[in-house]
Design a protein around this ligand. Structure first.
Ligand code: MAN
Length: 565
């Protein structure tokens, strides 16, 4: 905590110092910053800053003994440093009953001539270590008795700092420029979505009209089809349909003739066998054996045999065989009829051919209407109500056109909804993350390569191969307070309010939660992952630099959407 604290003070102080009166330098006691000089003007006495009732002789100022409850009598020694350990410095107008333990000064003031002035904690004063990081002039170690002598290094440190700062400023300038470009890019992308929405709305209106028209057209075609006498499948009119029905019927009859002839032949064989038996019976029976039953049977057979019956007509049979042969010359050429394209109406109402065209159409329409009327009133059978009636090509085509128009309309509608929802999504300040969405950056850390794809997902990839592990999918943009030391290269979060991207519901962690990642962003010239930490099992934190957040001020707890530049 000590070092971190030093760092945040160091950032704060040059600003404070620059507003102070430089002319008061000469009269200020050791360790007093220009903005506190007004309390140390009196040459005779010193009044404790937060406790004006306590007035001390001037000799007790910086005498290495803590007299004031707020430590203000020891701005240049560590005598009151224990106060700072009890509580951090508060603003001077801070109203607290326990003022006694509240230090009035933020720390020991180092002038750091040639560099930037800064405060150093009182505990660091005369502690035997040169704290050049904050006090480059070495003024924190002035009591050399048994201690160290810190030479002034501000010229060198200041020069290096200015050089580094120049590079930082340059980089920051480039980062801000990049951000501007991203804002333009994001705006262009948003505009694209808006334009697409407009196009889709027009398209949807058109597609809806088309669906209406095709629905009506299908209804009309279906109605017209009901007016036809026979419904047929495929191309062509009645001839085709009749041909296909006749072909089927003839095939059935042929099969039946074959079957009946074969049954007939079997029966004929049995009769011949029975007649042979009776013939032998008549020849072999004994007429002297006076059996009345046998005599009657023989008489009956003689009567049967005496009857004149037509014999089998082999010529007819041969003719039949010839007709039934599928490849015979007289066989019907069905294919001639199957391809005939003929209007049913023409076939049925041939008389119309003698009518002038307008009259013919009128008659045609009237006849169809009449037929539909009869069907609708139950006088004629509805050809469509019989399930084995195949659908006409006209109806199939109309249905398919209607279905594809409906499909087109549905697709347009769902695309529109997607884009409309997109416009209400939070893409951060200036919608900047629109321009970065799905862009990925990678970084190696330990045994893994980590990937962050903006507003999409985070992934952990093992360097030893094997599958990738999802560390979460994007859910929202949030803000987070950070307080970290900023590394010299500037690649870190620093302190303050930062934008964070939250990724949740990653791959399930064995004996743990679903993986999740918080990606905290800070300004950088280019997109890069700086650091990855697994804070708890399967709960990750990534620190990522991006120009997208440069100069963006995030309000604590507020949605960063409206962060200001
Ligand atoms: C893998 C990695 C680790 C994680 C463990 C949990 O090894 O995803 O980050 O801690 O699984 O079992």
């Amino acid at each position: 905590m000590g070092r971190r604290h030093i760092s945040s003070l160091a950032l704060l102080l040059p600003v404070l110092a620059s507003t102070a009166d430089a002319a008061s330098d000469a009269v200020r006691p050791r360790g007093v910053a220009p903005e506190f000089a007004k309390y140390y003007k009196d040459a005779e006495t010193f009044t404790c800053i937060s406790n004006p009732s306590i007035i001390l002789p001037i000799a007790r100022l910086n005498d290495d003994y803590c007299d004031c409850p707020d430590g203000s009598d020891e701005p240049g020694t560590s005598a009151c440093s224990y106060l700072s350990r009890l509580s951090p410095p508060q603003p001077l107008n801070f109203k607290n009953k326990d003022v006694n333990s509240t230090p009035a000064l933020p720390g020991f003031y180092c002038k750091n001539k040639g560099h930037q002035s800064s405060y150093i904690p009182f505990t660091n004063v005369n502690d035997g270590a040169c704290d050049y990081e904050l006090c480059c002039d070495g003024s924190d170690e002035y009591d050399h008795v048994g201690g160290v002598n810190c030479e002034d290094q501000c010229a060198k440190i200041g020069k290096e700092w200015r050089k580094a700062d120049e590079a930082r400023q340059k980089s920051l300038g480039a980062a801000r420029q990049r951000r501007k470009e991203l804002v333009v890019e994001a705006g262009r992308m948003r505009k694209e979505v808006e334009d697409r929405i407009q196009t889709l709305q027009t398209q949807i209106d058109g597609a809806a009209l088309k669906v209406d028209a095709l629905t009506k057209s299908l209804a009309e075609i279906e109605r017209a089809e009901r007016g036809k006498v026979i419904k047929g499948a495929g191309k062509g009119g009645k001839v085709t349909v009749l041909a296909s029905l006749a072909k089927e019927r003839i095939r059935e009859l042929t099969d039946n003739i074959d079957r009946v002839r074969s049954e007939r032949d079997t029966a004929k064989g049995r009769i011949e066998e029975l007649e042979g038996m009776l013939k032998r019976f008549k020849e072999e029976y004994n007429p002297n054996f006076n059996d009345e039953g046998v005599k009657r049977a023989v008489q009956a057979w003689e009567n049967y045999a005496a009857q004149d019956r037509p014999g089998p007509n082999d010529a007819l049979d041969r003719d039949l065989d010839e007709i039934l042969k599928p490849d015979s010359e007289s066989a019907i050429k069905w294919e001639d009829f199957e391809t005939v394209e003929e209007s049913d109406v023409e076939l049925l109402y041939k008389f119309e051919e003698y009518l002038p065209t307008p009259v013919r159409s009128w008659v045609d329409a009237k006849l169809r209407d009449l037929r539909v009327l009869l069907i609708e009133n139950g006088i004629l059978a509805d050809p469509q109500s019989t399930t084995d009636t195949p659908e006409s090509k006209a109806v199939t085509d109309a249905k398919s056109q209607l279905n594809s128009a409906k499909q087109e309309l549905d697709n347009d509608k769902s695309e529109l909804t997607k884009h409309e929802e997109d416009l209400t999504k939070d893409y951060g300040p200036d919608s900047i993350f629109r321009a970065l969405k799905d862009r990925c950056v990678e970084s190696d850390s330990g045994e893994y390569t980590y990937e962050h794809c903006f507003l999409s997902r985070t992934t952990q990839k093992s360097k030893k191969g094997g599958g990738h592990t999802g560390m979460g999918n994007f859910v929202r943009i949030e803000s987070i307070t950070v307080d970290e030391e900023l590394p010299a290269d500037g690649k870190g979060l620093g302190s303050g309010e930062r934008i964070a991207l939250k990724y949740e519901n990653g791959q399930h962690c064995w004996n743990g939660p679903n993986r999740s990642t918080q990606v905290i962003l800070a300004c950088a010239e280019k997109d890069e992952i700086w650091k990855i930490v697994e804070e708890e099992k399967c709960v990750y934190r990534m620190e990522v630099g991006t120009p997208a957040v440069c100069g963006v001020e995030v309000q604590k707890g507020a949605s960063p959407e409206h962060g200001e530049l």
